[in-house]
Each structure stands twice: as C-alpha cells, then as structure tokens.
Design a protein around this ligand. Sequence first.
Ligand code: ZN
Ligand code: ZN
Length: 320
Amino acid sequence: MARVWYERRAECIGACRVAARATDSRPITPLRPSNVELLAGPLVSTPPLPPALPGLVDTHCHLDAKYAHKGQPAAGEVLARARACGVGGFVVIGVGEDAAEARAAVATAHAEPDCVAAVGVHPHDAQHVNDAIFAEIAGLAADPKVAAVGEIGLDFHYDHSPRDVQRAVFRRFVGLAKALGKPIVIHTREAGQEALAILEEEGARDVGGVIHCFSEDLPFARRALDLGFDLSFSGIVTFKPATAIHEVARFAPEDRILVETDAPYLAPVPMRGKTCEPAMVVYTARRVAELRGVAAERLAEITTTNARRRFAGLPAAPQA
Ligand SMILES: [Zn+2]
Ligand SMILES: [Zn+2]
C-alpha cells in the first residue's frame, strides 16, 4: 500500500547518509542568524516559503552539517525562514556517529532562545557507541537546554548497525532518560512492536516521550499512547498513499499530537523533492488540521501546547 512514499524516503535517507560520510562534521559554532539580514539576502536556490501559520513548533529537525543535503542553506538561515512563517519553537536533534552532533545541537539550543535540543544515538549509528561516547552524550543530556533523549530506537529496514547492538544501545539510552527524568524521542522503522516491548520492559512509561515521524498504524498508536508516548506527524502525513497514518491523525487524542519536519528529510506536499526545512512544518500542520476537521490556527495552538508540555524550555509564547 504505502510503498511509494516508503521507497522515496529510503532514497532520501540513503543519499543523505552517503553524503554525510563523505563530508563529516565541520567545526561547531553557535548559530547567529539575523532575520532581517538573512531574509533580505538572495535565496535563489531555496524553495518558496509557505504562507505563515503563527505559533507552530517543529518538534524534530536536524540542523547539523553532517545531515544537511548538499546545497541546503545554513542552519541559521533555515531557522530565520521558519520564523518568518510563524514557527516559533524548534527541537533540534543531535545524533551522529559520535558526540559531535550532540554538541552542535546543544550549542544551537544555547545560542537560540527558541530552540531546545535532544541528544542521543540514532539506531543507524548504534555500532559506533563506546563508553566514552556514551559518557559524553550522557553529560550533554544533563544540560538544562536538552529537553529530551533521542532520537533513539530501532531501525530494521536499513540494519546499518547489527540488531543486537541496536537493542543494547536503545536500552542503555532509555536508562539514561529515566535517570535524568527526561522524555525520549523514538525512531522506529520496521521494528515498531519490538521497540514498544523494550520501552515497556525498561519502564519508559516513567518519562514518556514522542514517537517521532509517526509511520505506523492504529494498533501501534494505541499501544504507544497507552505507554505515555505522544505521536508526532511529519511530512509523510501529507502523502496521498499514507492512509494508515491519516487514520491515526484523525483518531489521536487532541492532547497527544505534535508536528515536525525531520528536516532535512521528507519534505511535505507540495514540496516533495526539495530539501526539507523547518518552515515546511506549516504544510504538515495544515494537512493534520484538514484530516481532523479543525482550523489550522487551532491545530497550531493544540500542537504547540502539547510540545511545550513535552519539551521543557521551549518559549512560552512562540515568536511569530
Ligand atoms: Zn528518525
Ligand atoms: Zn530525525
């Protein structure tokens, strides 16, 4: 059924990772965007901005160089473009082969008042984790501007890391989240039931969290909600064949839904094929609003209230 968008996503992430390995990380510097300056500058290679929808939070974006597509505007610029569209809060994900991306995400969260960070190790990179990397990420996770541990989880589609290693690293980071009392951002692909079983076994209910880039079905959604995990919808919800996700977007309780981009991946309709950036969360929010039969402004209000409850440190009143 949903083969079309799954395959497109595979292409996207596969390409990103090849590029990432070739370029590796650049020196980490806090972002200092000047909205006026940046918006006045030439944006020839960037897609047009969506019509503004004030008060949104992008609950999952990658801004570090390692995950950026070739030709993507600098992180400061994409933040400025998103703010111009009414996005007033960002959860910046810091994951990579070592702690470099986590450090970068924390630096961004300290430099930008409307950003908080989440740090962890993506299941793809589980095999690279050693005690030193874990210890450094654990230290960063304790930072007050780090609102969550993640993204962590299981990805049995690509199997970039052996499954046993993925499971062990996942459990270790759930333990970290519990020790810190911070919520967990979950990535799962073709491993949903097992990921939920591990969360249950490890007592993740104590801290709860978010199923990011929700791409499962209704029974999974019910189980995740019962476990204390919110559902975050990405650009996938705008894809026509994603009917199981549409069903979940209609069903999910109002106080348990979030929206995100997962930038630079998964640009929503009508931006398919472009590099995704946080401004595009507007399209995703509008589609979720349409599916639920509520006004887009109301959907923004609901999801932002939920995001602020889930991720400590987001601005109280998102800057439109
Ligand atoms: Zn993910
Ligand atoms: Zn992600």
